[in-house]
Design a protein around this ligand. Sequence first.
Ligand code: GLU
Length: 421
Amino acid sequence: MPIIASEKELSVYENMAARFDVAAAKLGLDEGFQKVLRHPSKEITLYIPVMMDSGSIEVFVGYRVQHSIVRGPGKGGIRFAPDVTLDEIRALASWMTWKCAVVNIPFGGAKGGVVCDPEKLSRRELEAITRRYTAELLDYLGPERDVPAPDLGTNEQVMAWVMDTYSMHVRHTSTAVVTGKPLDLGGSRGRREATGRGCLIVADQALQRLRLNREEQRVIIQGFGNVGSIAAKLMQETGYRIVGVADIHGGIYNPKGIDVPKLINHALEAGQISGFPGCDPVDPMQILFQDCDIAIPAAVENVITSHNADRIKARIIIEAANGPTTALADDILAEKKVFVVPDILANAGGVTVSYFEWVQDRQGYFWSESMVNERLEQMMVASFNDVLGYAERHNVSPRIAAYMLAIDRVAFALRLRGLYA
Ligand code: GLU
């Protein structure tokens, strides 16, 4: 049925659940298991008091949602952003379960968030929020329980504070409690670049399927943080032409191509990409709809919706962000025959190398960068082929195929374990 633009868009969690329902029905998953896997297993809300630099006390709201620990410890990032909601964290936790199952790593899914604006907080205030957040979650975190990582608004430093706070309480250094740490504290080589590198790997796979060359591909990326900037850099190095980029403050477009290393320097100096010489300015919310062959949303959820999906000009979408496309937009993109590499596959490079980091920490033996990258590539290519094979066999989109594959794997483990009552 055609989608009409006035149809009501869903919340982030509802968008996850809409795809879950379709995939579970196609799998013929029994109703009881559907109920179990559709909902998270635990949701924790925290009120985090912090003494601000001004001397006043502020209370920040934080969440940790564990969606599933059926296949292993909970795994997933911590997001610091002013618009974090429980609905969003619940969806992100579920996506982590599916993502870990798609790439077949032994983790469940979890996600955390704190409602705050890290750009407006001092380093000391950020540290205070992070340490109190971690201390409150002490009973729930741990290398065998739930292993956080960076996400929007958090970084290696924040992970170092999580690791230190947890370690101080358990009375020994526990590096495997968190991933995405600094290299000198048990971080993994290649982790910082892993999500962007994973996007390059799946883009190459998509081109192979569609029999296209890198050199003919004009790429647009929305988001120029850790994921977007690295994807842009690695893709340009391998022959793709980056023609448009946007961050939260503004976008730039140049059909002849943008010099990414120079743009990264400009962004570091100016604090934003706007004003980069030789490019036309574009509204960041419009960047994905400019002329290009590959569009990469690498920022936030719900940016490609039923209201704008018909304006996508790209032949391929690589979902570097979690949940950038709404369920209503899926049908419009399918009608336009856009090849969508879904988030739970496209951005799984990050958590895959998080898994490598966790393994290295537990062994106390660290791998070379080339070994990390090689294994990442093997796992991403295998997962891409698994998903596309599933899509062909079941005659569904790659997104529904990825959900089906993931749900099937989690349900299989759940069936073996049984319910504890
Ligand atoms: N925050 C990243 C994601 O959404 C990484 C999670 C992790 O490494 O645990 O996939």
